[in-house]
Design a protein around this ligand. Structure first.
Ligand code: TYM
Length: 339
């Protein structure tokens, strides 16, 4: 008897250079997860259209993102890696789910409210795509009968909405969709900005000094960590407390990831150290870690024919899987099958 593994889906928007936040919040887990789950790792290019940036080369950004998936250890023999726009089933289900989503619920989405204010300033300039974004995300997830979605904490509300939409559809048409659960780690699920540690680190931040990009050169990493905001506690003490010591806690979360050491272990090792010494350790370990990741990234990035092969195979497999669910949805809705 073939026992199928639980299904796992995750994605990143190729809307700019990836950050250490993307890595720590989700991508670092992907290579381990692919051993125990049927994994779908998607490049959410259509989501990127919701924030239109004049200077972004989307094609380049998509291939950059794919190369990072591979550099993070995602294996195309174990996982299905694909580009969202190559699998038209996503936008087809998106339309259906639009009709089963509540306007009032979408208005509550904190990410929509935040992006609307920052990016556009005026409500009249807010695109419908930005509003609709969580429904496209729900389509991504539900199309594969996903059980688990590894994400950073900022996406939790979108997964809850996905469950609400699925529940509503299921209540009318029977148990069509699996209800997905978010996989969110206790530590590292919300890496904060370096200069404003009460704000999430984001690839779209206007101030580049707030962000460690995965492709940053070593000198800028050293400088950015050196300038990272800490606190003025006297005497200085290094321990984890997100409310009282957001800057130090953020650096501890980064250090814990790149050294693979528990935060409790690090806090003991760093006890009594000056903040400046602590920062030197963080930048040293981070540089070593990112240097290795970048080397692997460039190997993949320089081989576009290999990348194109993965994209083609991934799209074919993802189309096959997702068409089954889409056909079932169409059937339940009473649409006439197309032969
Ligand atoms: P995106 O591209 O904004 O972020 C990709 C992933 O990185 C996580 N993340 C963070 N984690 C910790 N700290 C941070 N500072 C940080 N910044 C980002 C995000 O939580 C996310 O897991 N809508 C999604 C992409 C998407 C998706 C999906 C995700 C499209 N469809 C279906 C899961 C399932 C997004 O814009 O992520």
């Amino acid at each position: 008897m073939i026992v199928s593994k639980p299904v796992l889906f995750s994605a990143v928007q190729p809307s700019g250079n990836l950050t250490i936040g993307n890595y720590i919040g989700t991508m670092r887990h992907w290579s381990i997860l692919q051993n125990n789950y049927d994994c779908f790792y998607c490049i959410a290019d259509l989501h990127s259209l919701t924030v239109q940036k004049k200077n972004i080369d989307l094609k380049k950004s998509i291939l950059d993102t794919l190369s990072f998936y591979l550099a993070c250890g995602v294996d195309p023999k174990k996982s299905i890696i694909f580009i969202q726009s190559h699998v038209y089933q996503h936008t087809q289900l998106n339309w259906v789910l639009n009709c089963f989503s509540q306007f009032s619920e979408l208005l509550r989405m904190t990410q929509f409210k935040a992006k609307r204010n920052i990016k556009n300033n005026y409500i009249k300039k807010t695109s419908v795509g930005l509003f609709n974004y969580p429904i496209l995300m729900a389509s991504d997830i539900l199309l594969y009968q996903t059980n688990f979605v590894p994400v950073g904490r900022d996406q939790k509300q979108h997964i809850e909405l996905t469950r609400d939409i699925a529940n509503y559809f299921n209540s009318i048409y029977g148990n069509i969709f699996e209800l997905p659960e978010p996989l969110i780690n206790q530590y590292g699920s919300k890496i904060m900005s370096l200069l404003e540690p009460n704000k999430k680190m984001s690839k779209s931040d206007n101030n580049q000094n707030n962000v460690i990009f995965l492709l940053d050169d070593m000198n800028s990493i050293i400088l950015k960590i050196k300038n990272a905001v800490t606190d003025s506690q006297i005497p200085a003490k290094i321990y984890y407390n997100k409310e009282q010591k957001p800057g130090i806690s953020n650096l501890l979360e980064i250090l814990s990831t790149v050294t693979n050491k528990e935060i409790s272990v690090l806090s003991k090792e760093l006890d009594g150290m000056l903040y400046s010494e602590f920062k030197n350790i963080v930048s040293d370990c981070l540089c070593k870690f990112l240097f290795k990741l970048q080397q692997s990234y460039y190997c993949y990035r320089n081989d576009e024919s290999y990348l194109n092969k993965i994209i083609l195979e991934g799209a074919t497999q993802a189309q096959l899987k997702s068409q089954k669910v889409l056909s079932e949805v169409y059937y339940k809705l009473g649409l006439v099958p197309f032969f």
